[in-house]
Every structure is written in structure tokens, then in C-alpha cells.
Design a protein around this ligand. Structure first.
Ligand SMILES: [Zn+2]
Length: 482
């Protein structure tokens, strides 16, 4: 670009910016102008301008989603009549075993196409709950595993999961029809489609050229489809233990449950992403950080974060992970129709009940598959999150953020993040190349939350780790002697 053209562009940009500003000012209501924030600037001098590495290229294109195969898998699942966990595991035509067979067959095709990278595992176990009449019943989960290529990070697991069991109105009735197209044929299809997309792209095993190496999944990805959800989250509770037994730690768990319909007019709408608060005072749970990471990767136009563990009166497979303090979130469609959930198919007073394929919206379901796959892709490419993130500097003019991290040749550095205590999202405050302590000159510890995350040379970010606060309580009266 010549310097003259450059100047013209710069002028045009300036004019466009001025016009946008004028529009913004014009659209601010009068009362808002009057109450514009009048807080001291922090820090008093200019803020550092963090070096922002672009996120990794090669995003999953929406058109690469195989909606036809997702539809075919859901159709095969529905054709099993019922997939109640208490139904038959051995009848190839009717019952939950028929559902398992459909999933295993599809994953085996992908494993073949992946050149042996994708490994299919059928995990058999027993479990008991009120909804098994208190007696142990046989269960099976199906996993496809895509091993990471980093010696250390490959022991970290990013999980996407849907449940392939279904239920009629009576959760103990193994004979009634329970099509379960949306709950949770949809989530099952998302997990399986993620396996297809991610086992075909990126670079696993030995990467030859450096560019490819930057695109490798460093962590391992587990594509789970589990049973026993409707009987009391039995499959996912078992998965928490299985992961531990195999020597993995959980980097993040994405539960997809009821993600196939988008009933309201004006779609496609955003998918809801539920995350629990956790029990820490003044710091968010790992699940909340996972939700923020997913929103940042997929964009606000795709993800509607809901700061709640789940919908009221419902539970899901992320819950056992969340309760174990692990990062786990739930994707669910924007608006649910309760006549289509947990209902034995029938028509009553002109109302049709049942979880049928015909209510699904494959355009929406495809969007959800893309959002999951892209989040998994970037999370699996990222360096490990920092450890021991701390905030010091109470009653001092400067905040001090410290953290530690193991050596990692593929890491560019760390982002120190901050946000107003009332803001839902982080902003980058500063970029620092090495672990240790950063002094935030003129930044009070009291007006913001802080976190640190790792940034790869490839631009992929780890989950943010909120800083643990220095805490000294106020002086309190001495309790009277007994
Ligand atoms: Zn469900």
C-alpha cells in the first residue's frame, strides 16, 4: 500500500470512527449522560496495552457440519423404540443396547477414517439408585478418544458428552415407547459429530512441519455418550471415576442435553450455556471460567451464558463433575417444550406429547455441534492453566498478582485479566512473558476481580484462573468465657 493510499484509508477510518461516535452519543438517553460514571481512573496513568495474540486460525466452518449424518444417527436411535437404561442391552432391535450399537457403528466408521487416531471404548459397569429399585443394574458408556500429542498435556482431558438413554413418562417402565430424539439423541449426535470433525482436522501423533505442530491438539479429547442419565446421572457419575482411574485430569466437560430444537420464531437463536457459581467467596467456579472461555471462543452471537448450574427442577450429566470441583457446563436449547420431554407418546385433548424427530431443527443442532467442536479444538490446543494464582496488596496502592507455571516451550506467556466486580466477562489487562509476580501500579485490589491465563504461541488460551485473595477479617469482639 502506497503512503498516499495509506493516508486516505486512515482519513476514511477516522471519519467512520467519528460518525460511529456521533451515533453512539446520539443514542445514549439523556439520564444516562447525566449519570455517566465518575470514578477515579485506575491506574491513574495510562493502562498498559496488552499484547493480544490472535486466536488460532483454522476454525471449524459451519458448512463442514454433517447435518445429514447427525439426522441419520438420531433416526437410528429413535428406531430403537425405547432406550430406557432398564430396557434390554442385548436385543438388537429394541432397547438401549440397540442405541449403543448405532453409536458404536458410527464411531467405528470414523475411527477407520481417522487412520487409527480415534479409539472407541465400550465401558461396562454397574450402578444403583432409587430409579433402579435399589438393585445394581448393568450399564454401558461409549467413548471415542482422540489422544493429545503433548507428553504432559495429553493426561488432561476435554470431554464432550450426551446421554443416549431416554425415558417415557414413567421412568421405571422399560416397555413404553421413548423416542428421545431431543433428550438426548441431539446431544449424542453433537458428541459424535465432534468426534468426526476433530479426528479429521488438526494434527495428532507426530507433526512434521512447524505450522502443523501449532495446530495439534496437545490435550486429549474424549467424545462420550453415556447411559443412566434418567436413572440418576449414573453414567456420568461413573465417568468421573473412570477418568481418575485412567490417570487423567479434567480440563473441561461440555454436557449437551436437549440441544436439538429451536421453537420460537426468528431463529436460529443462541444456545444456552449453564454454569454453576461454585462455593468460593469472591471468586468464580472453574465451571464459570469454562463458560466464559466457550463464549469467548464461539462469540456472543452464538452463546447465551446463564450463570446458574442448571434449569430449576432439572439436572444433567455435568453435575457430578461440577460437584467434584471440575470445570463442567451444560448446553441446552433456547426454549424448551415440556410436552416433548419425558413424555410417553400420545395425544390428549388435541395435544401431542412425545420427543419426536419432527420437532428438531437441524440448522440449530448443527450450530451447536460447531460451537462445541470449535471450543474443544481451541481448548485442546492451549497450554496448561497457571497454578497458585494469588492477589496481594490489601491496603496498599498497588495490586500484586502472582502465579506459577511449569516450563512450556509452546507457551507465549500469560494474560492478567480483570473485570469490574459486576461485569460478567474478563478483559485483558496486561501480557507477561514469564511466571512470577506482576505489580499493577496504581490498581486497587478492591475494585476488580483478577485472573491469570496461559497463552500459547498458537494463540490458544487456557481457562482463566481467578486469583485467590489475601484475606484478613475485621477485628471482632472476644466471645464471653463459658
Ligand atoms: Zn436429558
Amino acid at each position: 500500500m502506497g503512503s498516499r493510499t495509506g493516508r486516505i484509508y486512515a482519513l476514511a477510518r477516522k471519519a467512520a470512527k467519528a460518525a460511529t461516535m456521533a451515533m453512539l452519543i446520539a443514542s445514549v438517553p439523556a439520564f444516562a449522560q447525566q449519570t455517566a460514571p465518575r470514578d477515579p481512573v485506575e491506574p491513574p496513568q495510562a493502562k498498559p496495552e496488552p499484547k493480544i495474540l490472535p486466536r488460532p486460525a483454522g476454525a471449524i466452518a459451519r458448512q463442514s457440519i454433517d447435518e445429514k449424518s447427525m439426522r441419520a444417527l438420531i433416526h437410528n436411535l429413535v428406531s430403537c423404540g425405547t432406550r430406557l437404561t432398564l430396557s434390554s442391552w442385548t436385543d438388537p432391535k429394541r432397547g438401549i443396547g440397540c442405541g449403543r450399537d448405532a453409536i458404536v457403528a458410527r464411531l467405528n466408521e470414523m475411527a477407520k477414517d481417522s487412520g487409527g487416531k480415534l479409539q472407541v471404548v465400550v465401558d461396562k459397569f454397574e450402578s444403583t439408585s432409587e430409579r433402579t429399585s435399589g438393585t445394581p443394574i448393568p450399564l454401558e458408556n461409549v467413548y471415542a478418544i482422540l489422544p493429545g500429542n503433548d507428553p504432559k498435556l495429553s493426561k488432561t482431558l476435554f470431554i464432550v458428552s450426551g446421554h443416549f438413554d431416554s425415558r417415557p413418562s414413567d421412568v421405571m417402565d422399560p416397555t413404553a415407547d421413548a423416542p428421545g430424539a431431543d433428550d438426548d439423541g441431539s446431544g449424542t449426535a453433537v458428541s459424535v459429530e465432534c468426534a468426526r470433525l476433530l479426528s479429521r482436522m488438526g494434527c495428532n501423533g507426530p507433526c512434521v512441519d512447524a505450522r502443523a505442530a501449532g495446530r495439534a491438539y496437545r490435550a486429549t479429547i474424549l467424545f462420550a455418550t453415556v447411559s443412566g442419565e434418567e436413572q440418576g446421572l449414573l453414567g456420568s457419575t461413573h465417568l468421573v471415576d473412570w477418568v481418575k482411574q485412567q490417570g487423567y485430569t479434567v480440563g473441561g466437560m461440555l454436557d449437551d442435553d436437549i440441544v436439538g430444537a429451536d421453537l420460537a420464531a426468528g431463529g436460529p437463536h443462541r444456545v444456552r450455556l449453564f454454569s454453576g457459581n461454585g462455593e468460593l467467596d469472591d471468586a468464580d467456579s472453574p465451571s464459570r471460567e469454562l463458560a466464559r472461555a466457550i463464549e469467548e471462543i464461539d462469540g456472543r452471537s452464538a452463546i447465551r451464558m446463564i450463570f446458574r448450574q442448571d434449569r430449576y427442577g432439572r439436572g444433567g450429566d455435568h453435575y457430578p463433575f461440577y460437584k467434584a470441583g471440575l470445570p463442567a457446563v451444560r448446553f441446552t436449547e433456547p426454549l424448551e417444550d415440556y410436552n416433548h420431554q419425558h413424555q410417553t407418546p400420545r395425544t390428549e385433548n388435541g395435544i401431542e406429547y412425545g420427543d419426536y424427530e419432527k420437532y428438531l431443527n437441524f440448522r440449530f443442532l448443527g450450530n451447536v455441534a460447531r460451537d462445541n467442536a470449535e471450543a474443544l479444538r481451541q481448548l485442546a490446543m492451549a497450554p496448561a492453566p497457571p497454578a497458585n494464582a494469588r492477589l496481594r496488596g490489601a491496603v496498599m496502592p498497588d495490586g500484586k498478582v502472582s502465579w506459577s507455571a511449569e516450563d512450556d516451550a509452546d507457551r507465549a506467556g500469560f494474560e492478567i485479566l480483570w473485570r469490574e466486580t459486576t461485569d460478567p466477562r474478563w478483559h485483558a489487562y496486561q501480557f507477561v512473558a514469564e511466571p512470577g509476580e506482576a505489580v499493577l501500579k496504581g490498581v486497587s485490589t478492591d475494585n476488580h476481580f483478577f485472573a491469570v491465563r496461559s497463552v500459547g504461541k498458537n494463540g490458544a488460551r487456557s481457562l482463566a484462573v481467578p486469583t485467590e485473595m489475601e484475606r484478613t477479617g475485621p477485628p471482632l469482639p472476644t466471645p464471653p468465657k463459658q
